[in-house]
Design a protein around this ligand. Structure first.
Ligand SMILES: *[C@@H]1O[C@H](CO)[C@@H](O)[C@H](O)[C@H]1NC(C)=O
Length: 292
């Protein structure tokens, strides 16, 4: 086996950072259009360009032939011994998904308005791939939330914790879960995995976060108020012997999803009539309260 879930509690961290966060911005973590460099940048509606299928809204993800859509399943698919094709990307540089310390980035503006300055700062030409990715990520982070939605981007762990506590309650102990890393670089992007074991971890408020392309690690988190989710740990064995401890997230209420979402086509269900679950890549996170 060898792979362990990356799962840790924020409690200690929160004790350390609480004073700092609260005094620096009055704990008003859900402000709109936060333009300070405090790390949490609240935006609005997803513009449909996602770097991962977890958000469930990607335009590129509308292509059923895109390997990255091979992540969707239903709760009834969780059966020990069942085999299904699943997409898990190999991550060459796991460090690229680890937040920088707050001090490292707090002087760098995080705003579309600062794009000319950011291009100079990072020495990107305005037409470069990096510049495009940066613009798109800032756009995702600054979009207005939909009705009942809370969303934002975190550029450091303190702001991620702050965002979670803003939703889950300021006294919550927050657990963060992510899938284990693939150990074998030659593991196919999509291969058949057999379910060895699974376990329900949490039901209720679960906040998914997705890493976004940016010159330094940025996570985009979104949450639909009142929409119940369920999270499972699923142990998988790949056809090539790869062992995965994966996070399986179920959105129980899909009534607000676009009816044309590729997940409905792949699963043969309709918006609002069924949950939609997906296996999460290791560069995505699921945050939820530790049961009291
Ligand atoms: C998974 O297994 C099925 C049944 O053996 C096979 O038809 C399919 O091609 C396999 N998929 C992948 C991605 O290997």
């Amino acid at each position: 086996m060898g792979n362990e879930f990356v799962s840790y509690s924020f409690l200690l961290l929160l004790v350390v950072t609480l004073a700092l966060v609260v005094t620096s911005n009055g704990a008003d973590v859900l402000r709109l259009h936060s333009m300070d460099s405090d790390g949490m940048h609240i935006g609005g509606e997803n513009n449909g360009r996602r770097s991962s299928p977890g958000g469930g809204w990607a335009v590129s993800m509308d292509d059923p032939n895109d390997p990255a859509v091979q992540v969707f399943a239903l709760i009834k698919d969780l059966v020990v011994g069942k085999t299904m094709p699943i997409y898990f990307p190999y991550i060459k540089d796991p460090a690229s998904f680890q937040f920088f310390p707050k001090e490292t980035t707090r002087h760098i503006p995080f705003s579309s308005e600062a794009i000319p300055e950011l291009l100079r700062f990072f020495s990107f030409s305005p037409d470069s791939k990096q510049a495009l990715a940066m613009r798109q990520t800032l756009e995702v982070c600054e979009k207005e939330p939909k009705q009942g939605e809370v969303r934002g981007c975190a550029t450091n762990i303190e702001s991620l914790a702050d965002f979670a506590r803003g939703i889950l309650g300021s006294d919550s102990q927050v657990e963060i879960l992510r899938s284990s890393l693939l150990s074998d670089p030659s593991t196919p992007l999509v291969q058949n995995y057999t379910i060895l074991d699974f376990k329900a971890v949490s039901t209720g408020d679960i906040i998914p976060c997705h890493s976004e392309p940016y010159p330094y690690p940025v996570y985009y988190c979104h949450f639909q108020l009142g929409a119940e989710s369920r999270v499972f740990k699923v142990n998988l064995r790949g056809e090539n012997g790869e062992m995965m401890d994966s996070v399986f997230l179920c959105h129980m209420d899909t009534s607000t999803w676009r009816p044309g979402h590729v997940a409905f086509r792949l699963l043969g269900v309709k918006a609002g009539e069924s949950e939609v679950c997906h296996f999460m890549a290791a560069h995505d996170l699921a945050m939820f309260p530790v049961p009291k």
